[in-house]
Design a protein around this ligand. Structure first.
Ligand SMILES: [Zn+2]
Ligand SMILES: [Zn+2]
Ligand SMILES: [Zn+2]
Length: 772
């Protein structure tokens, strides 16, 4: 519905003598910096309506006058044909006395909102800008920083509120007369596009190559592309941080990147010019294509084509790979550089486990040992954002895995209005600040034990608190007393003089789903997860809770406990997990049988620990159970990245989905006895695909059996699924289907990750429910 042509606002008007109607309409949501006012202007002008529109603190307001039917029509278009980046949370209209106005005007000179609610996330380059970039006659031909109200950097360059140019890192560039004219003209598609820029006045590229070689502009781009084509590794300053790139078809280049990054197996994401190019090496469903091409342009996990035309080292031993489209003009130009790359590896520009590099200085220092050359520019990144990761479930809906660029800081609407801060989990940390019915989740901070991530965590907490400008009335954190996030929360609560609510990790997982669905009724929550501290001091991770109100939870059932020899160390060793699983049944010999003699000592020591109950905490973790079963199916190495063994096991699944035998005990809470299942799995161990699929089916059947008991005992009809293990697509689809077949209403995460990245939302939700 977008119209390009200029329409004069005063061409119509209310017919003489005919009584017009006048409405005042207030709108809240993402309506600033997204072309909303020009859109309203055009909708009004097209119908010859009078009035005005302007930005307000929480969104926009307008008065509209004229023929009643035309106003109805205008409001309908407003709702139905919003600009792609705009989102209306709420729209209210009241009638006011007509003034006889027949012209429509945009009011206010762009004084932006002071509310974070109105800040759009960064957005992928739009088709109009791409057309200009490819047009030799356009003044922005091949300009890597062009943008408009429909696309470009937003949150990544925001330094303060209100969102206007002086509060972004574009403040360093003063607009040339041409850009200024576009910026001031309501009919122009760059009207108040805050980062507007052109080659004359905007940021420029810079190249630092091997041996101190320097270049600028087109030449910088050409050198970067040539180095990539020659098998080199290039650090690219992207939208939310640096990325490390190499040719994804070049085995040697990918191997070198793995070696230098000390990342032997974890899959690399790849980038291609567009969806069509991605479809050459991956299967892309219509839903996946839509997600790839959306303004958020996330990494989408896709099934590889066979044979896979990219290097096998991109995502070794896995059936899926993560791909995204070139989402900035700069990335697009790398593909339009005459080298015709099918795909480039485009992985976070960090050394292992550190935050993504943001400044040139950081990149040159920390990526110096990895990259052969640096493609830099002088538009500063203020807020670090990794690329987001999503996959599409069997029902066609997206499942977020990592929520960052393109999604942050878009809020999740919640049902409470008080200001609540939640410090999140320890790994894959995000924090959540809820205020005025909107929950803002930060980008992903990684493992807080790492010094750089801990600094990043504090940096983004203080930025979020500054941006929201409200003092928390409640602070939430994990039960674990030693987590750095817990300490931060304790200090913050003290500083704000407000209560601190400590929330059990898996209850928070379940609550993240309830928060998304704003569900405060009776529900069963299933958390299939790695590990988290339980309220009884044990290590939990296979938990079922019943809640009446979404605030307090009763542990209803859990997986049988088994010892984890070596504690945290077992998380890296599927063999140790298997030893822990089999030892209580006297079956530990099965582990010895599957390992080379050289590892016998290690196993004997672990067995000794379990016998003397030293450093072998009992756990109900489904994550560790997955590791143990992966070992039985043949995964005998230590893992080098989280969930490696589980992903491998998922990829093995055959077509036999008969569950193994398990028993639900009569205790309260009940537990799931796996004695028979373990023996049946050992019998199937010589058929790994069968073992894998039957094991997945067993977990789904366990969830269904617990749900049926909860229905019989408590009248439960709603089941919420969360926890990191549900990133397993086979398990998620099986479990949801089995529950739905039994008539349950299944809820799961759609907006925030089911892994620890979503925990902060659940903490905030529980705190609000308990603390008012
Ligand atoms: Zn654009
Ligand atoms: Zn300019
Ligand atoms: Zn977790």
């Amino acid at each position: 519905m977008r119209e390009k042509g200029r329409r004069h606002p005063g061409t119509g008007g209310v017919a003489e003598g005919k009584a017009g109607k006048r409405l005042r309409v207030t709108v809240s949501g993402v309506v600033q910096g997204v072309g909303f006012r020009p859109f309203v202007f055009r909708c009004a002008a097209r119908r010859s309506l009078g009035g005005w529109v302007r930005n307000t603190l929480s969104g926009a307001e307008m008065e509209i006058e004229g023929d009643e039917a035309a106003i109805e029509d205008f409001l309908a278009e407003l709702r139905a044909s919003l600009p792609p980046l705009a989102r209306i949370e709420e729209m209210r209209a009241v009638e006011v006395p007509p003034l006889g106005e027949t012209e429509f005007a945009i009011r206010g000179s762009g004084g932006g909102s002071t509310h974070l609610l109105s800040i759009p996330p960064d957005s992928a380059v739009c088709p109009d800008c791409l057309r200009e970039m490819n047009d030799p006659a356009d003044r922005r031909h091949r300009y890597p920083f062009l943008n408009c109200t429909q696309c470009g950097p937003r949150f990544s360059i925001l330094t303060a509120l209100p969102y206007d140019r002086r509060n972004t890192t574009m403040a360093a560039f003063s607009m040339c007369p041409d850009c200024a004219r576009e910026y001031e003209d309501p009919a122009d598609r760059r009207f108040h596009a805050e980062p507007v820029a052109c080659p004359r006045c905007g940021p420029a590229l810079r190249w630092m190559g091997p041996g101190g070689a320097r270049a600028e502009g087109e030449e910088a781009l050409a050198r970067a592309a040539s180095l990539l084509a020659a098998g080199g590794i290039v650090a690219v300053k992207g939208l939310g941080g640096f990325q490390l790139a190499c040719d994804a078809c070049d085995d040697e280049a990918v191997a070198r990147l793995r070696e230098r990054k000390r990342r032997p197996h974890k899959p690399f994401a790849v980038m291609s010019a567009g969806v069509r190019e991605i479809a050459r090496y991956a299967l892309v469903s219509p839903e996946e294509a839509e997600l790839l091409a959306s303004p958020a342009a996330p990494i989408v996990l896709l099934e590889k084509r066979a044979p896979f035309p990219l290097s096998r080292l991109v995502a070794p031993a896995l059936p899926r790979c993560g791909a995204m489209v070139a989402y900035t003009p700069l990335h697009r130009l790398l593909f339009d550089s005459g080298h015709s790359f099918t795909a480039l590896v485009m992985t976070s520009g960090n050394a292992r486990d550190e935050p993504i590099c943001r400044t040139d200085a950081e990149a040159l220092e920390r990526l110096g040992g990895i990259a052969d050359g640096f493609l830099l520019h002088d538009r500063e990144i203020h807020n670090r954002l990794d690329d987001s990761v999503v996959f599409v479930a069997a029902d066609g809906s997206p499942v977020p895995v990592r929520r960052a660029r393109g999604y942050v800081p878009a809020p999740v609407a919640v049902d409470f209005s008080g200001c609540v801060f939640a410090a999140g989990a320890h790994l894959k940390n995000t924090v959540c600040l809820a205020a005025g019915g909107s929950a803002f989740l930060s980008q992903y901070h990684g493992d807080l034990e790492e010094e750089g991530n801990w600094r990043f965590f504090r940096e983004s907490c203080s930025r979020l608190l500054e941006l929201v400008r409200e003092r928390p009335r409640l602070v939430a954190c994990d039960l674990h007393p030693d987590y750095l996030s817990t300490r931060y929360a304790e200090e913050l609560a003290e500083r704000c003089g407000c209560p601190l609510v400590r929330v059990q990790h898996h209850e928070a997982h379940v609550a993240s789903v309830l928060a998304e669905h704003r569900f405060r009724g009776k529900a069963l929550g299933a958390a299939f997860d790695g590990t988290g501290l339980g309220s009884d001091g044990a290590i939990w991770g296979g938990e079922f809770f019943v809640t009446e109100d979404g605030a307090s939870f009763r542990r209803f059932a859990h997986l049988a406990l088994f010892p984890l020899p070596g504690g945290d160390k077992a998380a890296r060793s599927p063999a140790l997990c298997a030893l822990g699983l089999l030892y209580p049944f006297g079956l530990e010999g099965e582990v010895y049988r599957r390992l080379p003699a050289a590892r016998r000592e290690e196993l004997l020591a672990a067995e000794g620990m379990m016998r003397s109950r030293l450093n072998s905490p009992p756990t109900s973790s489904v994550g560790r159970l997955f590791d143990a079963v992966a070992f039985l199916a043949g995964f005998s190495e230590d893992i080098t990245f989280e969930a490696q063994a589980a992903m491998w096991l998922e990829s093995l699944c055959g077509d036999d989905f008969r569950p193994y035998t398990f028993q639900l005990t009569d205790e309260r809470p009940a537990w799931i006895e796996l004695n028979h299942a373990v023996r049946e799995m050992l019998d199937d161990a010589d058929d790994p695909p069968r073992l894998a699929s039957r094991f997945h089916a067993t977990l789904a059947a366990v969830a269904a059996a617990v749900a049926e008991r909860a229905r019989a005992a408590e009248g439960v009809e709603h089941v919420a699924l969360s926890g990191g293990v549900f990133q397993n697509r086979v398990l998620l689809d099986l479990t949801a289907r089995m529950l739905e077949e039994k008539g349950f209403h299944v809820m799961r995460n759609r907006l925030v990750p089911c892994n620890d990245g979503g925990v902060s939302l659940g903490q905030a939700w529980i705190a609000a429910g308990r603390g008012g």
